[in-house]
Ligand binder design. Structure first.
Ligand code: IPE
Ligand code: IPE
Ligand code: MG
Length: 255
């Protein structure tokens, strides 16, 4: 069960604008059923479909899903190739559907490590859905928070070397503007399924003030109801951003 009971509290927050999810537990879901891990990943794709649809219906602005981390290359070769094939097949099948539903698809992560054909498909999916205005679906693939900060530093230092920026220009806002999520609001709600309570190198900078929600539900078992519980928990929490609780209450009482 979730470790807090704030879902029963009076809602104090509107819906989160940005939900970021670490989809964990596919392998264990399959192993519990004496099935190969691949079956768990396939079942996980079905959950992705349900959750994307639910978020679009709930008018969530951004849904970010951690699909493959920069550390997941350490898995056995067979599992890595299976994940690449599944990624490709899912994109081929889903891009038109996302487009019809006015969903904007985005990828974050170092895509240069992926097979050429997959990179092309990713670019195609982004281009085709670029002007859609409902949910923005961000897929983090070969993504790591360290990578993201590192690539931002590289871009900034290139601009400094070219004389476009000075050292004094380096501010939090400037760093934000060079992250892969530059144009997106920061995640308000972070969810991790599968029972582990760690960030595993996901959006390290961006999660600074996200509300955390951990659930033991394995990703293939996660559904609209479990997500609704997480959103309710979020709505019941007082976000203080460094202020005192009284300051926050007084602020919300003033028109
Ligand atoms: C998450 O499920 C999916 C990916 C990391 C690609 P896992 O494959 O990590 O599942 P568990 O943690 O082994 O159960
Ligand atoms: C995090 O899950 C990455 C994704 C869900 C894509 P992992 O299963 O790889 O995380 P660790 O290794 O257990 O921390
Ligand atoms: Mg895992």
């Amino acid at each position: 069960m979730p470790t807090d009971d704030s879902s029963h509290a009076q809602p104090v927050n509107p819906n989160p604008r940005h939900i970021a999810i670490i989809m964990d537990g596919n392998g264990r879901w399959a192993q519990k059923r004496f099935m190969p891990r691949a079956m768990g990943h396939q079942a996980g794709v079905k959950t992705v479909r349900k959750i994307v649809e639910y978020c679009a219906n709930q008018k969530i602005e951004v849904l970010s899903l951690f699909a493959f981390s920069s550390e997941n290359w350490r898995r056995p070769e067979t599992e890595v190739s299976l994940l690449m094939a599944l990624f490709m097949a899912t994109l081929q099948r889903e891009i038109n559907k996302l487009d019809r539903n006015n969903i904007r698809l985005r990828f974050i992560g170092d895509r240069s490590a992926f097979p050429e054909k997959l990179q092309q498909k990713m670019a195609e999916g982004e281009a085709q859905t670029e002007h859609n205005t409902a949910l923005t679906l961000v897929i983090a693939a070969n993504y790591g928070g360290h990578w993201d900060i590192c690539q931002a530093f590289q871009k900034i230092s290139q601009k400094i070397a070219a004389g476009e920026l000075a050292q004094q220009d380096i501010t939090e806002t400037l760093i934000n503007q060079h992250l892969s999520t530059a144009d997106l609001p920061e995640p308000d709600l972070f969810i991790r399924t599968g029972g582990e309570q760690r960030v595993s190198n996901f959006m390290l900078w961006q999660l600074a003030y996200a509300e955390m929600y951990f659930t033991p539900a394995l990703w293939p078992d996660f559904d609209q109801n479990t997500l609704a519980e997480a959103i309710n928990s979020f709505k019941g929490r007082q976000r203080r951003f460094g202020h005192t609780g009284e300051q926050v209450l007084n602020k919300s009482n003033t028109p």
